[in-house]
Design a protein around this ligand. Sequence first.
Ligand code: HEM
Length: 125
Amino acid sequence: MKDITSRADVETLVNKFYDKVIKDDVIGFFFTDVAKIELNKHLPKMYNFWESILLGNPVYEGNPMRVHFPINEVVALEERHFNRWLQIWEETVHENFEGQNTETAIARALNIARIMHHKMMNARS
Ligand code: HEM
């Protein structure tokens, strides 16, 4: 297996992640029922987000935290949801890639998820 080294790799990873997430019993409904995302609009943002992080190309313009607050107001984003998100992410990453950048993908997601979880809890209290 290879490391994540190109935009094509990032797109493969994000596509495979969303194939699972959308169907997931624990968190799928956030995407399909709460936010009702259109994948053709959402996925390119995710490709850009991860390309910025993993390849160092600053192509993502946005605020990755902001969009989660309105979701959190409809249905609380709780620890079990973040744990599931991270579990699917780690599984998908390791099924497809290996190497230094691959480990960075997992470590960065864990960091961001922790921060996001705290922000969501604070917003509810
Ligand atoms: C339980 C955990 C999570 C759920 C249910 C969730 C759900 C969602 C949904 C439904 C959207 C689309 C919002 C919209 O366009 O209206 C979204 C956007 C996004 N999420 Fe998450 N998310 C979770 C965790 C994370 C984590 C841990 C990260 C980063 C590692 C992340 C990064 C992003 C980014 C970058 C966007 C796009 C923001 C933009 O529009 O620029 N999410 N998320």
